[in-house]
Write a new protein. Sequence first.
Length: 467
Amino acid sequence: MSRGTLFDKVWDLHTVGTLPSGLTQLFIGLHLIHEVTSPQAFAMLRERGLKVLFPERTIATVDHIVPTENQARPFVDSLAEEMIQALEKSCQENDITFYNIGSGNQGIVHVIAPELGLTQPGMTIACGDSHTSSHGAFGAIAFGIGTSQVRDVLASQTLALSKLKVRKIEVNGNLKPGVYAKDVILHIIRTLGVKGGVGYAYEFAGTTFAQMNMEERMTVCNMAIEGGARCGYINPDQITYDYLQTRDFAPTGAEWDQAVTWWESLRSDVDAEYDHVVVFDAGEITPTVTWGITPGQGIGVNQKVPTPEELLEEDRFIAEEAYRYMDLYPGQPIQGTKIDVCFIGSCTNGRISDLREAAKIAQGRKVAEGVKAFVVPGSERVKKEAEAEGLDKIFQAAGFEWREPGCSMCLAMNPDKLQGRQISASSSNRNFKGRQGSSSGRTLLMSPAMVATAAIKGEIADVRDLL
């Protein structure tokens, strides 16, 4: 029985049945695949003599392993070449639409689906990638899944899942200059913890999100998973519809009007029942930087690395590990921390509005000596749009490298990797040990504008000083 939240409504509409295990068999409206988690899934289908049930509901691209400097085929990395060939073959055999390099639509899976209008309100979406929660920005329920679940969706177009509780996270008020969507979600995760969302879907609500554009909303939903939530979403509104209306796969004519009426009906009811509600004041959020080895270990740029005494008892063990790994000491100001590499990109912050904000900081300035700084657009479309606006020229004049689209150094399954103990200012989503390609490399997460500021200053600095 629906309790009136968008999550409950969409869940109930997509429920096929209840399995003997008690799990819900949920129909998946859109399945997004890429070259890393799909080869084994397709191999499992072949072993069982199974076909893809609804190939028209599956869309493929290549993003994780693609080099961003030279994309000439065959790739220099033979394993990467093998993976892209496996995806090409599987898509061909199963009649799946594949947006390959040079198609004009290739890019990070969570960037291309929204920009093509494939992601729409009220959908259930799955992808073999943690950050599938990004699509919740449209009022969709989107799940990151594992390889065996990719197989299940290919074969049955359904997933076996436990129904989640719903937590409403309300943020109200105006963000101050220099504070971005990335700061909002880092602040939420810092407050609620990386395990705070376990067993929950997060509904982001309040006047702050109502004012955000779609790309900002995607940044917030993208990192819901980093707060432990299985998915995160925002109710669709006029901003959602304005973004979608001109997209390739959006309904047209009378169908558009019908769709909007339908999407409106899915919004959480005014008297919807939630399992938990948390309220934040946007005015209290400042530019935020992670100092540790989880996305929850964040502080304001003007704050100091917390001491064990300032932390909850259950957070002290991981803090001690973080001090050692990051080479930071309790009570140390985070501002002034020297940086080796600056990365702007990823499914969190590789969209056109992210690049515009970073370019504002880079314009007329120079990257500090000894810092490697590079910008990776989230898709071929983002790259084309940025170049039409001259953003590439602004970045290059400042000393940033301008790259081809891909996941790049977010998870470093490609040539973009940290070396040794290098420390990175990154606009990506994870700062785990070894995440950016070096087993001893260190990552500090922040907004693209803050990364650009670090590149210019050669150290962690306050973006507000350059605005």
